[in-house]
Ligand binder design. Structure first.
Ligand code: ADP
Length: 490
């Protein structure tokens, strides 16, 4: 038997998955850990919790699989900042989580100083507290920590680095996908950027070495699993999911339909120009080397179903939405733009709010529910279109994952709306799959990404409508979005 252990350290839980060479999932285990909210807008994790929940899940998955993995692949919540003592591996303070907004004012200051274009050009990111740089800068306001950091006694890293340090007993590494989310990494030169380090006053001595996402980077100390295991894969969660879905050629994309939707389009081996509201980021090429992707999100996707259920009470469960949508031939002219928190890319209008257009006396809850489901597909299409327009690429298909992909009607509508097939793998923890693939490629468990993906079965929704019908749908949606924008700007 030959298997890989994927460790997926997420924002609310840590998961471990044993993936067999033939693609079977041998075992998985998952542990939640506490979230800390010390003040409004602040989110922290205890680094010890991150490691221990991961370790516990790993031990359980190995025990349940009944075999030792040949290698470990790591994937993680991105951007979250951890500092620790290089010698003792003691955490120095809490992890500041990607969701944490405490550096909002600092970002506003930096914008006023006019540095955003520089940051955008080098990192592909937007100047926002989301990314690591202002978070580590904030930690270094502690004079003791700064003094020690300047002496080289303090290590800084994203969560992957922290796990590698703990697992190996002190290696200090990261991979290019994680590095590209720190706002300290230059996409073009593929290295930490001295100008950005200076801007954020981050001593270079704190930073991890950047090693390939796929490749043996060390081995776990024998104390953790009874024997050493090679650590051979590492990528941030979204890039791991893209890779796990087999998307490593220009024009291949994955969309995750969760609370929001998360779309990544692999663009190739040159840094892409990111249209407004989108990010350019490092992704993994077919061998796990450096490639690039465009990344963007739809703020409200599955959340619209939660609102219909909990806010309006017109569906009992999200699953019921599928039956309701199927019970009517169309939305009866209703469009639903769920801009509850503004409209994202490509419209970018923070003042927008949810809008329902085209109501008549004949409108029923089935029409509303159907329009809500359609909105998830339309918002995703808008985002994808912005990416494709910017790059000149076309997509052969869309790979999908996330909770709302359980809705087959939605997947069919998405295929019809895009005019390409929509493919959902039999195992939707694609983040863990990507980490396994990166490690397995490095140690020869799979000869290629294609061979890895051949272990999956995909449920395929083929487009069934012609371009005229599609155009009509898009026109209806645009009209509703225009109404939403008009209201927001009126
Ligand atoms: P997250 O990881 O963001 O919490 P999940 O991937 O677990 O999200 O997906 C949950 C989301 O999917 C919820 O917003 C829920 O309303 C939506 N969802 C779940 N099942 C369905 C369904 N059958 N049809 C439509 N939406 C669904």
């Amino acid at each position: 038997m030959t298997s890989i252990l994927a460790l997926d350290q997420g924002t609310t839980s840590s998961r471990a998955v044993m993936v067999h060479q033939d693609g079977r999932i041998l075992a998985q285990a998952q542990h939640e850990f506490p979230q800390h909210f010390p003040a409004p807008g602040q989110v922290e994790h205890h680094p010890a919790d991150l490691f221990e929940s991961t370790l516990q899940a790993a031990r359980e998955a190995i025990a349940a699989a009944g075999e030792h993995p040949v290698a470990i692949g790591i994937t993680n919540q991105r951007e979250t900042v951890v500092c620790w003592d290089r010698r003792t591996l003691e955490p120095l303070g809490p992890a500041i989580v990607w969701q944490d907004r405490r550096t909002t004012d600092r970002c506003a200051d930096l914008k006023r100083q006019g540095v955003e274009p520089l940051i955008r050009r080098k990192t592909g990111l937007v100047l926002d507290p989301y990314f690591s740089a202002t978070k580590v800068e904030h930690r270094l306001r502690d004079p003791d920590l700064r003094r020690r950091a300047e002496r080289g006694e303090v290590a800084f890293g994203t969560v992957d680095s922290w796990l590698v340090a703990k697992l190996t007993g002190g290696l200090h590494l990261t991979d290019p996908t994680n590095a590209s989310r720190t706002m300290l990494y230059d996409l073009g030169s593929r290295s930490w950027d001295p100008e950005l380090l200076e801007l954020f006053s981050v001593p270079a001595a704190m930073l991890p070495d950047i090693v390939p996402s796929s490749g043996v980077m060390g081995e776990s100390a024998p104390e953790w699993f009874g024997r050493p295991i090679l650590i051979a894969g590492n990528a941030g969660d979204q890039q791991a999911a893209l890779f796990g879905q087999g998307c490593a050629l220009p024009g291949m994309a994955k969309n995750t339909y969760g609370t929001g939707a998360f779309l990544l389009l692999y663009t190739g081996d040159e840094v892409p120009e990111a249209p407004g509201g989108l990010l350019a980021t490092v992704a993994c090429d077919p061998r796990g080397g450096i490639g690039y992707a465009l990344e963007g999100s739809v703020f409200i996707a599955g959340a619209v179903m939660q609102w219909l259920r909990d806010g309006l009470g017109i569906v009992a469960t999200a699953a019921e939405s599928e039956r309701l949508a199927e019970s009517v031939p169309d939305t009866g002219g209703v469009s639903f733009v769920p801009a509850f928190v503004g409209l994202g890319s490509p419209h970018w209008e923070p003042e927008a709010r949810g809008t329902i257009t085209g109501l008549t006396r004949g409108t029923t809850r089935a029409h509303l529910v159907r329009a809500a489901l359609e909105s998830m597909a339309h918002s995703s299409r808008d985002l994808l279109e912005a990416m494709l327009d910017g790059t000149g690429l076309t997509i052969p298909r869309l790979r999908v994952d996330g909770g709302a992909t359980a809705n087959r009607w939605l997947m069919q509508f998405q295929a019809d709306l895009l005019g390409v097939s929509v493919e959902r793998p039999d195992y939707v923890e694609t983040t863990a799959l990507g980490a396994a693939a990166l490690a397995g490629l490095a140690v020869g468990v799979w000869p290629s990404l294609e061979a890895f993906v051949a272990g999956r079965r995909f449920e395929v929704s083929e487009p069934r409508v012609g371009p005229a019908e599609r155009e009509r749908w898009v026109r209806g949606w645009r009209r509703a979005v225009d109404a939403t924008l008009h209201w927001a700007r009126g």
